[in-house]
Write a new protein. Structure first.
Length: 88
């Protein structure tokens, strides 16, 4: 299964699906995508969760991902619609 986002980013082989309230998080070794109402909201090849993402509510989820230098694993809260981090 391939999930292509609106900017032609494609997650080729998502291995894990996590259902949230009204959306589905699909992740794997090659990236992550979010689906809602039968369409892909966004897909990212750079976001590769270390463990399954945790849905929080209808518009946010938690995930852990490696830092850019691959030395740290960080906890992020992200927006479902955009995939961008939500800062406290």
């Amino acid at each position: 299964m391939r999930l292509r986002g609106p900017y032609k980013m494609t997650v080729r082989e998502p291995r894990y699906l996590t259902a949230g309230p009204g959306y589905v998080l699909a992740s794997g070794s090659d990236g992550m995508a979010v689906l809602r109402d039968g369409r892909v909201l966004w897909a990212s090849l750079t976001i590769r969760p270390e463990v399954l993402p945790v849905p929080l509510d209808g518009d946010r989820f938690l995930l852990t991902a490696r830092s850019r230098n691959d030395r740290e694993i960080r906890l992020y809260c992200a927006d479902v619609e955009t995939g961008r981090r939500v800062l406290p």
